[in-house]
Design a protein around this ligand. Structure first.
Ligand code: ATP
Ligand code: MG
Length: 254
């Protein structure tokens, strides 16, 4: 069976610095696939390449068997690959529902076009987008916060809102970059449940996360990056016992 996403021999150079070196990753449809590794390993760089925010220096990337190397972020989003950002990016002047509605229109074009089209939406289309936004707001557990502005939300709720916006675009693959950062144990448990619900709704998830316990609990498969290279790939039970992974990353944090 072809993987949903295949990154093949990806390299990324920033000036003289090689941030990714010959990285290969295959993400199976229906999996929660985790990408872990030390700070600076290249995880966000790989996310940027998969989501079209960055172009690889070398290598190819394919979604559902189709090469899309070099496509822009809005084209990649329209194809069915959505993401959050490691550092939350929301529209502070728009309401929570409007922030999510922008995601509903993601398939129409670039973010700016989305904003413009949102302003000029037909009443019917606007109603549909609002209904869809409320549905995903409910799904991520933010229904009690819709009267607030994004800036009034806690960081954890801002992360939920970013996930809602990504989900509103109707993705087949959702990329989550450190969604548990800054969360307390009970919030991490809620996130664990949410990620499983997302997967169970038919969306494949690629998760970058330093929260090892969360990763090992939810992931079907784990790829480990260190200094821009894949040092291990497999199910969590194998990864947890991998000597190279323990030395490079896990240490005695487990
Ligand atoms: N735009 C850029 N220009 C120059 N160097 C960059 C750029 N983006 C990333 N890097 C470098 O590439 C390396 C990989 O960075 P990246 O952000 O992908 O790491 P990461 O695995 O996501 O780390 P973290 O766990 O801290 O988020 C780092 O050394 C970083 O400084
Ligand atoms: Mg990162």
């Amino acid at each position: 069976m072809t993987a949903l996403l295949v990154a093949d021999a990806i390299s990324k150079r920033f000036g003289g610095y090689l941030a990714l070196a010959d990285v290969g990753v295959q993400i199976r449809a229906g999996d929660i696939h985790a990408l872990i590794g030390p700070n600076g390993a290249g995880k966000t760089t790989l996310f940027n390449i998969i989501s079209g925010v960055a172009v690889p220096t070398a290598g190819r990337i394919a979604f559902q068997g189709q090469d899309y190397t070099g496509r822009r972020a809005d084209q990649v989003l329209a194809m069915g690959v959505a993401r959050n950002f490691q550092h939350v990016r929301l529209f502070p002047g728009l309401s929570i529902v409007e922030n999510v509605m922008i995601g509903c229109h993601a398939r129409m074009g670039s973010l700016l076009q989305e904003l413009l089209s949102y302003v000029r939406l037909e009443p019917r289309a606007e109603r549909d987008a609002r209904d869809r936004a409320l549905e995903v707001i409910n799904f991520v557990g933010l229904q009690g916060r819709i009267a607030m502005l994004p800036g009034e939300l806690t960081l954890v709720d801002q992360r939920r809102l970013e996930i809602a916006r990504a989900l509103a675009s109707g993705p087949q693959l959702l990329l989550l970059d450190e969604p548990a950062a800054g969360m307390n144990p009970s919030e991490v448990n809620q996130l664990d449940t949410l990620i499983r619900q997302i997967r169970d709704s038919g969306i494949t998830v690629l998760l970058v996360e330093h929260h090892t316990r969360l990763v090992m609990a939810v992931a079907d498969r784990v790829t480990v990056l260190s200094a821009g290279r894949v040092i291990a790939d497999g199910p969590p039970s194998i990864i947890q016992r991998d000597e190279a992974v323990i030395t490079a990353y896990l240490g005695d944090s487990q």
